[in-house]
Design a protein around this ligand. Structure first.
Ligand SMILES: O=C(O)CCC(=O)C(=O)O
Ligand SMILES: [Fe+2]
Length: 333
């Protein structure tokens, strides 16, 4: 683990040293996922805890996130209702019909790990209704089938978007950047949210069919709400799958590949998967927080040093995610 890292400026203010000095090159065989308490009032300490989790694990639970439990319960029950619709109503919204990758993915319709045969979940993807970019364009079940669905789901979307916006200044501090560094890059974020349903997997295990195959996420970070059914596992540097079970009152936050590129691999985008062997239906709601479409993912100044030159070609955030989505859905076209 990383030793205490606070530097004193002599006038009482504390500044975190450049994160490049602390990189362990993915050497962490973590055994558990840390919990970060957003009620912590010392922002430097909070940023330091986030930094440690980002350098070593790439995953953390967030507690005291201030999203009302009624908003969460209502989004979860909307997911139950949506997946309970007749298959024809769901396939009418097939994600393959949408140029912006919004809508329904059937069981085995997605294959997150190319070595696998398809993922054992069904999903419903949606994005911002305000965003003006190329990825705009939600599709919805007709209001008569699911009255209030759109409103309830968008209320949840807006709340989690707000939580994501609160995290960016903390990520900035954790990277020794000015607190408001990301503000002008998340004006119209193309954040994608998914409702997911994992039926229980029974019978003999086929390692090529999992709830969701081993993968990393594409955006900056993901805020995942999982119901009370465990399934999520996170890969540590020793090649062990570490469980990330539901912890009441928390979201799981994990870093994605946009952040790994931006931080020049100083922060880790950790491989994870989900397998539902609980015997119960499982529902989860990942929210993938990417930046504005045109933001260039150029190695951040605090993440480059003589020993650590930029590792990635510069691309825009939007093109990067679009390319990854095209690959994901290509197999089932
Ligand atoms: O449902 C989960 O626990 C994980 C979902 C996930 O990893 C994803 O959708 O990228
Ligand atoms: Fe994921």
């Amino acid at each position: 683990m990383v030793p205490p890292t606070l530097l004193s400026t002599g006038n009482g203010t504390r500044v975190l040293p450049p994160p490049t000095e602390l990189v362990l090159e993915g050497a962490s065989a973590f055994k558990a996922i840390p919990i970060i308490d957003l009620a912590e009032e010392d922002r430097t300490l909070l940023a330091e805890k986030i930094r440690e989790a980002c350098l070593n694990v790439g995953f953390f639970y967030l507690k005291n996130h201030n999203i009302p439990s009624s908003t969460i319960t209502s989004a979860l029950s909307s997911a139950h209702q949506f997946f309970g619709l007749p298959l024809s109503k769901k396939t009418a919204l097939d994600i393959h019909l949408s140029p912006s990758f919004k809508g329904y993915t059937a069981l085995l319709g997605e294959n997150t790990d190319p070595a696998n045969r398809g993922d054992l979940h069904e999903g419903f993807d949606l994005g911002s209704e305000q965003e003006q970019g190329e990825m705009r364009g939600n599709v919805w079940p007709d209001a008569a089938s699911l009255p209030g669905f759109r409103e309830r789901v968008m209320e949840y979307y807006d709340s989690v978007l707000g939580l994501g916006r609160r995290l960016f200044p903390l990520f900035a501090l954790s990277l020794s950047l000015p607190e408001h560094f990301f503000d002008n890059k998340i004006q119209h974020p193309a954040a994608i949210m998914r409702l997911l349903h994992y039926p229980p997997q029974t019978g003999p295990a086929d390692d090529r069919v999992l709830g969701i195959g081993a993968h990393t996420d594409y955006e900056c970070f993901t805020l995942l709400y999982q119901d009370s059914v465990p399934a999520l596992q996170v890969l540590n540097a020793a090649g062990q799958w570490i469980s990330a079970p539901p912890v009441e009152g928390t979201f799981v936050c994990n870093l994605g590949d946009q952040f790994a590129r931006w931080t020049n691999d100083v922060y880790v985008s950790t491989v994870h998967r989900a397998i539902n062997r609980s015997g119960r239906e499982r529902y989860s709601i990942p929210f993938f927080f990417g930046t504005d479409y045109d933001v260039k993912l150029e190695a951040l100044p605090s993440c480059v040093s003589d020993d650590r030159p930029p590792r990635y070609e510069v691309v825009t955030a939007g093109e990067y995610v679009k390319g990854r989505l095209e690959e994901t859905y290509a197999h089932s076209k």
